[in-house]
Design a protein around this ligand. Structure first.
Ligand code: OGA
Ligand code: MN
Length: 220
């Protein structure tokens, strides 16, 4: 299950240093080429080959009430299944990133959940936060891995990261193949601008354990 990710252990420590350093310094990290290429390619193929019916219009809010609010977000998503070989390879790599970040930053990250996302031409995701203080989602660190070969400036679909308290733009991120964005979920409002091409990504969240009374906090 971990074969796709585990053959690249050698350089991972450096990668985790880079991500952790950037998060410590500025609260976010945007890096290219940190996820092993064979794993990226396998994820890309899997995502492209998903039948349309496998992806569902994303709902808004943690309770999955599926208000299909087209004014907020237009992506279609599918949760990764860690038991699948390819998704499992990704989860295994993210598990090592989780341990690497915990070792360096003591964030107490407990688990990880992720979904494939496809934005059809015209789709966007309005400005939002992935977690609110006390909001109950336990999301601490957001990740987005982009899977779009040959993305051009005219293709749209940038993720825009904003300052915590105002409209100032911190970063505009083109969804280029192999780019990994990691940022503090409660701190950075962000949006996905309307895309002109089909746009593929994997959005994921490291969470802390919100278990009470011995009940393990359920995923999602
Ligand atoms: C999300 C999200 C950003 C992106 O799924 O919550 O903000 O660039 N995605 O896909
Ligand atoms: Mn988001």
């Amino acid at each position: 299950m971990t074969a796709l990710a585990s053959s690249f252990d050698a350089g991972d420590g450096d990668v985790f240093d880079l991500v952790a350093d950037a998060i410590e310094r500025q609260g976010y990290s945007i890096l290219d080429g940190v996820v092993p290429l064979p794993l990226l390619d396998a994820l890309f193929v899997q995502l492209c080959e998903l039948p349309d019916a496998a992806l569902n219009r994303a709902g808004i809010g943690r309770d999955q009430d599926h208000q299909l609010n087209r004014f907020v977000r237009g992506d279609e998503t599918l949760w990764l299944d860690p038991d699948d070989a390819v998704s499992g390879g990704f989860h295994a790599w993210m598990e090592r990133l989780r341990l690497g970040i915990n070792r360096r930053l003591f964030l107490g990250l407990f688990d990880y959940e992720a979904h494939y996302a496809r934005y059809a031409p015209g789709a966007f995701y309005r400005r939002h936060l992935d977690a609110f203080a006390g909001g109950g989602s336990n999301r601490v660190l957001s990740t987005v891995l982009y899977l779009n070969p040959n993305w051009g400036a005219d293709d749209g679909g940038e993720m825009v990261l904003y300052c915590e308290n105002d409209q100032n733009v911190i970063a505009r991120v083109q969804p280029c193949y192999g780019r990994l964005a990691v940022f503090l979920s409660e701190r950075f409002p962000h949006e996905v601008l309307a895309t002109r091409r089909t746009r593929y990504s994997i959005a994921g969240w490291f969470r802390v354990n919100g278990s009470l009374g011995g009940q393990i906090d359920p995923a999602r």
